[in-house]
Design a binder for this molecule. Structure first.
Ligand SMILES: NC(=O)c1ccc[n+]([C@@H]2O[C@H](COP(=O)([O-])OP(=O)(O)OC[C@H]3O[C@@H](n4cnc5c(N)ncnc54)[C@H](OP(=O)(O)O)[C@@H]3O)[C@@H](O)[C@H]2O)c1
Length: 267
């Protein structure tokens, strides 16, 4: 199922982040009215100043269960949900406190599920709507120092693909957009990790274009990554230990552990 973004009302979470910022611009360019959320009021205000009256900023902490309910109430009339906000969730499992684990699960998995649950029925009633869940290639390929993040992103993919099937007879669809390493802005770029030579990356604008394509063409799943990564993700579905073994030889433990350190402040 597809939705024409021109004039559509969209709830976008995580609009203050590197990728969310690009998605907000992409949706706005297509003529959408964007309800843009984040925790940082100043970053939201700046986006609103730039994009004008078709962008409405809403401060919401998605780790706060009451705030998720209020946000869903406020967004009741949206045609599209883009659940993009997330914490990195990287690092060794034993470096996490129980509270940090709960926060990652709440922001990355619980909030998107609750928002989808709250918003889809009125989309179905109105006869049109779409949900885009921003997952990750870490939602398809396991890797060391990514257990919490992967738990949320594998979970989001399972939720989205299953719900898309459940909604088959309705005019509402669900898409999964799964970026690989994204350069220039966002949680990977800010971690300051050097990738092994030849590792391909994509940009926030590539993710934004994939989100627009998912909504306007009704695509079930889009991976935003070079061909080698997309093929690796497919192979991982069949033989995960083969792929983790290959990744280890290419330096995945170093990358994963540096990422955990570089992203620690975002827990
Ligand atoms: N960057 C990559 O290479 C990459 C790769 C694969 C997938 N992804 C996925 O792409 C999406 C965007 O990531 P990004 O790179 O743009 O990350 P980012 O720059 O760190 O932005 C994260 C966004 O999530 C919001 N957020 C974090 N905790 C929140 C909370 N408790 N309540 C409400 N909002 C919260 C942040 O809002 P505030 O800053 O205002 O708090 C920010 O807008 C995520 O789902 C991520 O998992 C990213």
């Amino acid at each position: 199922m597809s939705v024409n973004l021109n004039g559509a009302r969209v709830l976008l979470t995580g609009a203050t982040g590197g990728i969310g910022n690009a998605i907000a611009r992409g949706l706005h360019e297509r003529g959408a009215h964007v309800l843009a959320t984040g925790r940082r009021q100043d970053a939201l205000d700046e986006l609103a100043r730039e994009l004008g009256d078709r962008l409405e900023p809403v401060v919401a902490d998605l780790a706060d269960r009451d705030a998720v309910v209020s946000l869903a109430d406020r967004a009741r009339q949206v045609d599209v949900l883009v659940a993009n906000a997330a914490l990195p969730g990287s690092g060794a499992l034993d470096s996490y406190t129980p509270e940090e684990i709960d926060r990652a699960l709440d922001v990355n998995l619980r909030a998107p599920i609750q928002l989808t649950h709250a918003l889809v029925p009125s989309m179905v009633e109105r006869g049109s709507g779409h949900v885009v869940l921003i997952s990750s290639l870490s939602g398809k390929v396991p890797a060391a120092f990514s257990s919490i993040y992967s738990a949320t992103k594998f979970g989001l993919r399972g939720f989205g693909l299953s719900l898309n099937d459940e909604l088959h007879e309705t005019p509402v669809g669900v898409s999964i957009v799964a970026p690989g390493f994204i350069r220039d802005a966002g949680m990977f770029a800010e971690a300051g990790v050097t990738l092994p030579k030849g590792t391909g990356t994509r940009t926030p604008d590539d993710v934004s274009a994939a989100v627009v394509r998912a909504i306007e063409k009704g695509r079930q799943e889009i991976d935003v990554a070079p061909l080698s990564f997309r093929l690796g993700a497919r192979a991982s579905g069949v033989a995960p230990s083969l792929v983790t073994g290959l990744q280890r030889r290419l330096g995945s433990h170093r990358v994963g552990s540096e990422m955990g350190e570089g992203q620690r402040s975002k827990r």
